[in-house]
Every structure is written in structure tokens, then in C-alpha cells.
Design a protein around this ligand. Structure first.
Ligand code: C2O
Ligand code: CU
Ligand code: CU
Length: 459
């Protein structure tokens, strides 16, 4: 705290040249496998009106679905056509720190008009997503959240693959954005959107071949909403959570997903056209159909048992007999306000902290990591929530395994984002196998931007 941006930049000159390597001039010869153009746009979300001042990774509509192959190198050219700085983070990918897309921690922001090339080799297969890590609340709330798929080396045998980008927008009755958040909500559960969408559509109907096997890839890219999801009207099983295959598939009922989480669901489409299937979001007091799936044509007569189980991702297993325990306390902020930052933004105040330190995310500092982990060693992170709100806790760069909780029985999931419930203490384990400074924060973006953020250093 107390360091200006300039001091931070000068203080890390050695790192700076490394940052510069990813940049490329527009029109430069080397082609990228994928291209994203950060753009402002007007787009129809609610019928009959264009929503103004949306933001996307495309000038023409929703962020494109990116598809990579497990273990294959890929490159993504990102051009910033916004009138502000931004940066792209690849949520859940265990890649080199320099490509992780966190401003000041791993690279400088991509200024308006500038470009940056990301290059990496995804080690894990599954459903992931991407989003900015700069002025994160506003850029995400206005639309910059996209789904990203890493295909398995071995084809599991689905007939179709359907990515579902699930999120809300905060729109008024006229279809235009209303205030993106309220301070009083940021200090509580966060500000909810008003219009639920799937792939930027309200209540879409997806026509699917009758009797076929479809892989639904749910990605909750909302800035706030925690919900329970269900597939009604068909045989459907959850086969992976947060990109990692489940040892045993589960019925697609009450699948709790918080912001940043994903679920892969194997759906067996009904044989008859009149048998509609729906994706339901259950909220506290009601439920809501988010999307429908309509069987069409002659039945393909497939059966869920014909699928090849997904192979586990190569995430190393922690050695619990030699794991050091590190404690993290998620709670209120000791301070009242955050300095305004001209680039990548703060909300102007802090409410939250990790280990009593409030970092408003995406801005220079803190210079000290919350913890230092030795490369190659096993750790148990003891996550203690002393607040009455739930926090989806996300760690960049490494996946962790859920061990135990003082409140409930945890499935042995491997994940990058875990919902830490009010007053819960949860132990998770990991191997610190990826060197670098890794952001560690709540994925309710208002919490992240008002202090519930920091980073871990692995070296
Ligand atoms: Cu999905 Cu640091 O974020
Ligand atoms: Cu992430
Ligand atoms: Cu939170």
C-alpha cells in the first residue's frame, strides 16, 4: 500500500521486458490461431430493443467460443478496440504465469488500441472460460465473459457439443443497463442482474437431434449469482465439474454452481419431438427456465452407456503426509477506502480482506504475496470464512482438491473455484507445481474489487 503505479513499474524493470514480449503490432506477420477483438457494441438481448454500451470480445455479438486441443500449443491474438485498457485471463487453465492475464502481476494492461498475443499449451481438457481482469466488474457486467473448450485427446463419443454461457445482465425495463452495482450490496452478497441469459439469449430453445447424446457445457460466467441447476425432462448426468471429470457421474439435479464454475452434463435427448427438456435455475424462492432443448427428427437411438468415460486431467495429487498447512481468513476489511486507480479501476472503497489485507484487485500492489509456496511441495490451504456471506474462492495457475469442511461433507473434487459458505472452514490440498505469482480471490466480482483478493507466490 502507498506505492504509486509509477514506483511499481520502475521497481520491476526486469519483469517489464518479459511483459513486452507478448505484445505485437497490428498487422504484424505472425498469425494467431485465434483472434479476439475487444469491442464496444449495441446488441439485442431483450426482444425489440438494442442494449447500448455492451462490451464483448467480438464487434459482432457475444464472445466467441474458443476451442483448443489438450496438450497442443495455441496462440490468441487479442486486439483492444475498447476505449480503455483491458487484459484477458484464461480461467482454470494451468499455464505459464506470463500468460495468465492479471495486470501488474503477470503483464501490463493492454491499452486501448494495442494488441497482445497469448501463447500456451493447455495441459487439461474440459470446459473453461475467459474474461478480463481489468476494470473487471464493468467489463464483465457489460458482456466480456466467454466460454473456452479444451478437447480431450480421446473423443468421448458425443453426437453434439453445446456450450452454454450462463449469466445475467443488469437491464432496466427499457433494455438498457442500469447501475452495475450498489455499494450496500458489495458489502453483502453482491448485486444481482435482472435478466437471465444463455449465450446472450433470453429463454432460448436449442433444437437437438432426437435420441442423440449431447454434451452440455454449462459455464456460469455471471459476476454474482450462485444457483442450483437442473436438467428436467431427460436422462442427464454430470460428468465433470470445473473441467475435472467426476469419478462417478451424478444426476443433473441441484448442481450448485457459483460464479466461475462449470459443469459438463451428458444429456440423452428424448426420442419424441413432444418431449421438451429444460435447463432450470433454482433460486431461493422460485425457479426459472433458462433454456429449452427440443428433440427434432428421427431418433438416433443412442444410449448414455455408449460414452467413453473422461480421463482424469494430469493434476498432481498432494502428498498429505508432508503437506504444510497455510491459513487464510476471509473477512471484513480493516480499511474504509481504496485509492482510485486510473487504469483497471477500483470501486473506490474496500469492504473485504484476506488475512486482514484488502487489495482491490487488478491494480498495482500489494507487493507482498499472501503466502510463499515452495515449488514442487504439497500444501493444505485452510480457508476460513468469518463473514456471513458465501464466497467462491478462486486460485489461478494450480488446481486443488477439496478435503474437508466444518459444515458439510465435501465431494473429493479437483477444482479451481470452490464455494466457501458463510462461516465455513474448508481444507483444500494442492501441489505447488506452477511457478509464479498467482491471483487468489473471490469470484463475486464486487467482493474481489473491494478487497477480497491477493496472490500466492510459488518459487
Ligand atoms: Cu476467473 Cu482471477 O479469475
Ligand atoms: Cu482464474
Ligand atoms: Cu466473495
Amino acid at each position: 500500500p502507498g506505492l504509486s503505479r509509477r514506483e511499481v513499474l520502475f521497481g520491476t524493470a526486469g519483469v517489464m521486458s518479459a511483459f513486452a514480449a507478448g505484445g505485437f503490432a497490428a498487422g504484424q506477420a505472425q498469425a494467431s490461431d485465434h483472434a479476439l477483438i475487444m469491442s464496444h457494441l449495441d446488441h439485442g438481448i431483450v426482444p425489440g430493443t438494442l442494449t447500448k454500451d455492451m462490451m464483448s470480445f467480438s464487434p459482432d455479438g457475444p464472445p466467441p467460443v474458443l476451442r483448443f486441443k489438450q496438450g497442443e500449443r495455441t496462440s490468441i491474438g487479442v486486439t483492444n478496440h475498447l476505449d480503455e485498457a483491458s487484459v484477458v485471463h484464461w480461467h482454470g487453465l494451468r499455464i505459464a504465469n506470463a500468460m495468465d492475464g492479471v495486470p501488474y502481476l503477470t503483464q501490463y494492461p493492454i491499452e486501448a488500441g494495442q494488441s497482445f498475443r497469448y501463447e500456451f499449451t493447455p495441459p487439461d481438457a474440459g470446459t473453461f472460460w475467459y474474461h478480463p481482469h481489468c476494470n473487471t466488474l464493468e467489463q464483465m457486467a457489460r458482456g466480456m465473459t466467454g466460454v473456452m473448450i479444451v478437447e480431450e485427446a480421446e473423443d468421448p463419443g458425443f453426437d453434439h457439443d453445446l456450450p452454454l454461457n450462463i449469466r445475467d445482465f443488469r437491464l432496466g425495463g427499457d433494455g438498457q443497463f442500469i447501475k452495475l452495482f450498489k455499494a450496500r450490496n458489495a458489502a453483502r452478497g453482491g448485486t444481482l442482474g435482472t435478466v437471465s441469459t444463455v449465450n446472450w439469449h433470453v429463454d432460448p430453445v436449442f433444437e437437438l437431434q432426437a435420441g442423440s447424446l449431447v454434451r452440455l457445457r454449462l459455464a456460469v460466467t455471471d459476476v454474482t449469482r450462485v444457483g442450483a441447476y437442473e436438467i428436467a425432462g431427460a436422462d442427464a448426468r454430470v460428468i465433470a465439474i470445473d473441467s475435472n471429470p467426476l469419478p462417478m457421474p451424478l444426476p443433473a439435479r441441484d448442481v450448485v454452481l457459483s460464479p466461475g464454475q462449470r459443469a459438463d452434463i451428458a444429456l440423452r435427448v428424448p426420442d419424441r419431438e413432444e418431449d421438451d427438456v429444460s435447463l432450470i435455475l433454482k433460486r431461493k424462492f422460485d425457479q426459472n427456465v433458462l433454456a429449452r432443448f427440443a428433440p427434432r427428427g428421427a431418433s438416433a437411438r443412442r444410449d448414455l452407456s455408449e460414452l467413453t468415460p473422461l480421463a482424469p486431467n494430469p493434476v498432481p495429487k498432494a502428498d498429505l503426509s508432508n503437506a504444510e498447512v497455510i491459513e487464510f481468513v476471509f473477512g471484513w476489511s480493516p480499511e474504509g477506502d481504496a485509492p482510485q486507480a486510473s487504469i483497471c479501476g477500483t470501486l473506490g472503497y474496500t469492504f473485504w480482506s484476506i488475512n486482514r489485507t484488502a487489495w482491490p484487485g487488478d491494480v498495482p500492489g500489494p507487493l507482498d504475496p499472501l503466502a510463499r509456496l515452495k515449488l514442487g511441495k504439497s500444501y493444505v490451504l485452510r480457508l476460513r470464512n468469518e463473514s456471513p456471506n458465501d464466497h467462491p474462492i478462486h486460485l489461478h495457475g494450480v488446481s486443488f482438491q477439496l478435503l474437508r469442511s466444518n459444515k458439510r461433507k465435501l465431494p473429493p473434487l479437483v477444482t479451481d473455484t470452490a464455494l466457501l459458505m458463510s462461516e465455513e472452514t474448508m481444507d483444500v490440498a494442492l501441489v505447488a507445481d506452477n511457478p509464479g505469482d498467482w491471483a487468489f480471490h473471490c469470484h463475486v466480482i464486487e467482493h474481489q474489487k473491494t478487497g477480497l483478493a491477493g496472490f500466492l507466490r510459488i518459487d
